[in-house]
Design a binder for this molecule. Structure first.
Ligand code: NAG
Ligand code: NAG
Ligand code: NAG
Ligand code: NAG
Ligand code: NAG
Ligand code: NAG
Length: 511
């Protein structure tokens, strides 16, 4: 019975793949950042596929026993089914070949693989991923004398606290498989650039730049060339490297223009090392997000009203593996109705969506996976280890998007229990450790314990979830105004802001 569902999903996914014509090798990434000097291969297309519903232990499964008697599109959710029909939950196997220059190392980028994924090249396990199926991770491919290599990915989509701790459940369907792009990068033999991060310091266009190195990171200093907007290049010699990271504490962006929802101006920055042996080009915005002295959210020092929607990455025909056209259609709806804001519920976002939000000036709340988080989870070192990995992977992928103004976690979590607060603080601290100073994002969470929430001192922004006139007082359209006024009054009293004038509470409806 399960297999029929998989076959049906495959047909739909194949149609989706044709529509978006994703099967090609290219040197351009389908989203930012770009890697102008690297040989890249987008490994989307039809892969060999198989499925078993009785594997007792996915972590120790001997990959020699994998089955490959079907085929499957990548990216696609292999468990897409008609509304109301549950897809299969078990272990799937994906296989394809790729080319990598002999004796060169590679990096495999998985934009998302859901839930548990274990990656093998030429039969050797490169590693596994347990931190959730909606975020990007990298695997390092060792060099070989062979040109053609074999990639196998084991994907287990069962709810299991060991293999997929952050998949805690909730009221939406968790789709499965290799649901976003897989991209191979050939990297230079010595030192290369893993990541370039930008942080706005001031509205005059001063930024901090963090360059995270990969490969040989034992170097004590690097020479860096920074090119802004493809034209003006600045050379920085002998930038000290500490723990594999080179930091330019204060760089001025030439002809800087601010990013704002009304005028979403974007700049590009290319960072090159070793006479362009490697280069990474990021797109970013110069903008500040702060809590003003009026205790309200400000963009570039101006108070802003957020008006928008809660959005799932979920379509009936493609599940969570949207075509570019579907992503564009969702953004077009936001633009069309005049929204300036969207909550990406309940997991890290597709980079193509965030690129479009950057371009259209739509502010984004991005959060880690997790309705259904319990105090038991938040006090478990094993669970927290993968939660903090999820936080860090979300930030690594999204750090340069000016559209992302909030990072959040634990949708409707147990924040009325003091025992939960250390787990809230750990995620908040992990975010704050990454987002610079002044922080490029604010910390919040959707609290449905609201006035009973005892962890709110940890948040930058108070966000309340409720459903007046829907779950409470159904149909009573006068009720939301009355209800929200009581909540606002409570927040005003308890979180008045630095000057006591606070009147802000973010109302988060999930409709
Ligand atoms: C969860 O996965 C682990 C690792 O594969 C396995 O040992 C364990 O039996 C699984 N738990 C359940 C309840 O299936
Ligand atoms: C593929 O192989 C598995 C394991 O032998 C089997 O259960 C399944 O029915 C096969 N599927 C197809 C489409 O032949
Ligand atoms: C090279 O490829 C051949 C054919 O697939 C395989 O038998 C051999 O083990 C590979 N060598 C290495 C070093 O992976
Ligand atoms: C960055 O440098 C500019 C001058 O180029 C200076 O005005 C500004 O205060 C510096 N910012 C920081 C945070 O050091
Ligand atoms: C920076 O650019 C100059 C001019 O193209 C070049 O000579 C130099 O090697 C580059 N430096 C780095 C670190 O790439
Ligand atoms: C939160 O965690 C940080 C970092 O560990 C710590 O410095 C801070 O005191 C904690 N705050 C609270 C309220 O527990």
């Amino acid at each position: 019975m399960s297999m029929m569902t998989v076959a049906a999903a495959r047909t739909m996914a194949a149609v989706a793949a044709c529509m978006s014509s994703t099967t090609h090798a290219a040197t351009k990434m389908p989203f930012w950042p770009q890697y102008p000097t690297r040989t890249l291969a987008i490994l989307n297309g039809e892969w060999d596929f198989g499925y078993l519903d009785n594997v007792p232990d996915a972590i120790n499964f001997d990959i020699k026993n994998a089955v490959f008697n079907e085929s499957m599109s990548v990216p696609a959710a292999f468990d897409v089914a008609q509304p109301g029909v549950m897809g299969p939950r078990g272990t799937a196997f994906y296989r394809r070949q790729f080319d990598l220059s002999p004796n060169h190392k590679g990096l495999l980028y998985f934009a998302a693989c859901s839930f548990y994924c274990r990656v093998f090249v030429d039969g050797q396990a490169l590693g596994d991923h347990r931190a959730g199926g909606y975020q990007a991770f990298w695997m390092h491919v060792p060099a070989s004398t062979n040109h053609t290599r074999e990639l196998v990915v084991l994907v287990d989509n069962r709810f299991n606290a060991t293999t997929a701790p952050t998949h805690t459940g909730g009221d939406f369907y968790h789709y499965s498989g290799i649901t976003r792009d897989v991209i191979l990068h050939e990297v230079p033999a010595e030192t290369f650039i893993l990541q370039v991060e930008t942080f706005t310091l001031s509205l005059h266009g001063d930024i901090k730049v963090r360059v995270v190195l990969g490969g040989d990171t034992s170097v004590s200093a690097v020479n860096l060339n920074l090119t802004f907007d493809g034209t003006s290049t600045k050379a920085f010699s002998q930038v000290p490297v500490t723990n594999g990271v080179a930091v330019l504490a204060n760089v001025s962006v030439p002809n800087a223009k601010l990013w704002s929802p009304a005028s979403p101006h974007l700049h590009t920055l290319t960072v090159a090392i070793n006479n362009r042996a490697d280069a990474v080009q990021v797109r970013f915005g110069v903008r500040l997000v702060t809590v003003g002295s009026d205790a309200r959210v400000h963009i570039n020092g101006e108070r802003i009203k957020l008006l928008g929607f809660n959005r799932h990455t979920m379509w009936p025909d493609t599940g969570s593996a949207l075509t570019l056209d579907q992503v564009q259609r969702d953004v077009a709806i936001l633009v069309d109705v005049g929204a300036n804001y969207v909550r990406g519920a309940h997991y890290p976002q597709d980079q193509r969506f965030l690129d479009l939000c950057d371009e259209h000036g739509i502010m984004v709340w991005e959060e880690t996976l997790g309705p259904g988080v319990t105090v038991k989870d938040l006090t478990s070192p094993y669970w927290m280890r993968y939660q903090l990995q999820a936080v860090n992977e979300m930030i690594s992928a999204s750090i340069n998007h000016p559209s992302v103004i909030f990072h959040a976690f634990y949708n409707e979590g147990p924040s009325d229990n003091p025992a939960a607060c250390p787990g809230y603080n750990a995620s908040a601290s992990a975010i704050r450790a990454r987002v610079g100073s002044p922080p490029s994002r604010l910390v919040t969470w959707a609290s449905d314990t609201r006035t009973n929430d005892v962890c709110l001192h940890i948040a930058d922004v108070v966000s309340f979830n409720d459903y007046p006139a829907w779950y409470n007082h159904p149909g009573d359209i006068k009720y939301p105004k009355i209800f929200w006024q009581t909540q606002v009054d409570w927040v005003k009293k308890h979180f008045p802001g630095p000057h006591g004038g606070g009147d802000g509470v973010m109302c988060v409806y999930e409709v």
